[in-house]
Design a protein around this ligand. Structure first.
Ligand code: TXA
Ligand code: MG
Length: 330
């Protein structure tokens, strides 16, 4: 199969709709990362998503809809969820509701809940409006690899496996949406992201971040898996371990390893500039650059030394979660 990359326009949208109606899958942009979408009502399409990614079949998918799509056709609402939608949608927040079971059972892997996202990206909204169906979509990378933030990233993972990539440029957000369960008395964040716990709290009054306990059934099955990993060795250091990171760099450099350092701008002067993967200065810049720099790094490095950013709360909680999963010391 040849994989075409096309800008989002009336021709490519018509082609995408035809593919989806036939049970196929297409990649599309969102403001977080690119998605690999199929008709959420079609078992065959959903099965194909898992197959193309090599994704474990017990890791549920998010359903994407446009702003005017009738949410009540898919899920049961919770009173405070309306306030969260009002405050943050369309945007990088996925809400997990009780499902009305009107999509393929394979989407939620047998759970009685359904995760719904309304992306803000202009191309995503155009796509979802044009096809006007609930689109099940994980990130458009091979399972366990770094999520894609450009059409080229999708192409390098899925070339030959899908017919079409809708190109909406580089994703401005850079990490996957916050996943928040709204089936209980108060919201529970299952995956941290660009809508922080603090932001949700400010609207809903109370919010907790779910912590997976060994031996318990995971509420967000995806969080169990090693994720987002680059295809080279990694070492992760705390912001307070610059000296150790410098030593690690020097040692590996000396023995001829191609070693690169992924760090925020304030730490870059500790390393030779040719070997720095710069995450930038602000929290939003750091989130936006994380996956792009990891992909750049894995293409050239034997080893990536990652240094955690100094700030830990707000949206940096999501960044730290991804960075730790990508660069876990093994
Ligand atoms: O930003 C994003 O969320 C991107 C774009 C494409 O929208 N999508 C994305 O999908 O990151 P994926 O499949 O890579 O991650 C979906 C996450 C997983 O951690 C999964 O376990 C969780 O959402 N999830 C999906 N449905 C769920 C459900 N019913 N209950 C609990 N967690 C759910
Ligand atoms: Mg993913």
């Amino acid at each position: 199969m040849t994989t075409e990359i096309c800008a989002v326009n009336s021709d490519s949208l018509a082609a995408a709709k035809k593919i989806l109606q036939g049970g196929g899958v297409v990649a599309f942009p969102t403001e977080t990362v690119y998605g690999l979408g199929g008709d959420a009502r079609n078992d065959e399409a959903v099965q194909r998503i898992y197959q193309v990614k090599g994704r474990p079949s017990d890791n549920p998918l998010i359903v994407h809809i446009h702003s005017e799509f009738d949410l009540s056709s898919l899920v049961y609402d919770t009173p405070y969820a309306g306030r969260l939608r009002q405050a943050f949608l369309p945007g990088p927040l996925t809400l997990v509701y009780k499902s009305k079971n009107n999509v393929s059972k394979l989407v939620s892997c047998g759970l009685d809940t359904l995760a719904i996202r309304v992306p803000a990206h202009k191309g995503a909204q155009e796509f979802l409006r044009y096809v006007d169906m609930p689109i099940a979509a994980p990130s458009a990378n091979l399972s366990k690899h770094i999520s894609p933030v450009s059409a080229e990233h999708v192409y390098s993972d899925l070339n030959g496996k899908i017919p079409l990539i809708l190109d909406g440029g580089i994703c401005s957000g850079g990490i996957e949406s916050t996943v928040c369960d709204v089936t209980g008395e108060f919201p529970v964040v299952l995956r941290e992201g660009l809508v922080s716990k603090e932001m949700i709290e400010s609207v809903a009054g109370k919010c907790e971040v779910y912590k997976f306990k060994e031996g318990e059934q995971a509420r967000s099955p995806g969080m169990r898996y090693k994720h987002y990993a680059p295809r080279c060795a990694t070492r992760l250091f705390e912001a307070g371990q610059i000296e150790e990171a410098k030593e690690c760099f020097a040692e590996n450099h000396r023995i001829g390893k191609k070693v690169y350092v992924l760090c925020e701008d304030r730490f870059k002067s500790n390393f030779p500039s040719d070997y720095v993967l710069n995450l930038g200065r602000t929290e939003y810049e750091i989130a936006a650059n994380l996956y792009a720099e990891l992909r750049k790094g894995e293409a050239v490095a034997d080893l990536i030394i990652a240094i955690k950013p100094e700030k830990k709360d707000g949206i940096m909680a999501g960044v730290l979660n991804r960075l730790s999963k990508a660069c876990a010391n093994e």
